[in-house]
Write a protein that binds this ligand. Structure first.
Ligand SMILES: C[S@@+](CC[C@H](N)C(=O)[O-])C[C@H]1O[C@@H](n2cnc3c(N)ncnc32)[C@H](O)[C@@H]1O
Length: 219
């Protein structure tokens, strides 16, 4: 078992981890297609933790590029190592705070965004820090290409309702689909069958997984 410092050291040497201190960290914005060496779609997972969802998607869709974003290097390390072990050239991890993402990803550079089991941040004073609060939704809209999808999976009913209410109030939402019981729904995304550690735990606790799939109108 590697300790945190070992993990940080390995991240520093891993090409698929883009983080402060590396030259590419300063220049990657708008250059993701060059980084991956293709023009394939780019998909973000925000708050990716150990990158289980990112890796699961990359396994299923080698013709797409995946970027897992998280502020915690010790967690990203797990996904980075798996991607290297499995020889994936379509996976990268970006270690930043999501609020800074527009310094690293250009407007309209992204085809889809996944947010899987974000911290619910139940306290009223933390509303702004929820990854689906208005300021974050505005960022996601700018990053996404016209017609690009934002997906949210959560076990947390208040966060699900909070997000749905915000999306229903907005005038720039093109499509809004949702379910409070993803695993008994007809959403094709169910067939992806990718479970993060968090989702496995919630399912064992008999919790329903909630899911929102939305897209924005862009001028
Ligand atoms: C509850 S975990 C879920 C991890 C993963 N999506 C999963 O399902 O296993 C939430 C993750 O989001 C990350 N996170 C929360 N807020 C963040 C922010 N503002 N910027 C970057 N990462 C953030 C945390 O570091 C943590 O790894």
């Amino acid at each position: 078992m590697r300790n945190k410092l070992d993990r940080f050291r390995e991240n520093a040497e891993s090409e698929n981890v883009i983080e402060p201190g590396k030259a590419i960290f300063e220049t990657i914005k708008g250059r993701w297609h060059a980084y991956f060496g293709n023009d394939n779609p780019i998909i973000l997972e925000l708050g990716c933790g150990k990158g289980e969802y990112t890796i699961g998607l990359a396994r299923l869709f080698p013709e797409k590029n995946y970027i897992g974003v998280d502020v915690k290097g010790a967690r990203i390390w797990a996904g980075s190592q798996t991607a290297m072990e499995e020889g994936f050239s379509n996976v990268a991890f970006l270690r930043i705070r999501i609020l800074e993402i527009e310094n690293f990803v250009q407007e309209n550079e992204v085809d889809e965004i996944w947010i899987t089991f974000p911290d619910p941040r139940p306290r009223v004073r933390d509303i702004k820090r929820r990854l689906t609060s208005t300021r974050f939704l505005d960022i996601y809209k700018r990053l996404l290409k016209p017609g690009g999808w934002l997906h949210l999976k959560t076990d947390n009913a208040p966060l699900y309702e909070f997000t749905l209410d915000l999306l229903k109030e907005r005038e720039d939402v093109a499509t809004l689909n949702y379910t409070d019981d993803f695993h008994r729904s007809d959403f094709p995304e169910k067939e992806l069958n990718i479970l993060t550690g968090y989702e496995q735990r919630y399912l064992e606790q008999q919790k329903n997984i909630k899911y929102i799939k939305t897209s924005f109108l862009k001028e």
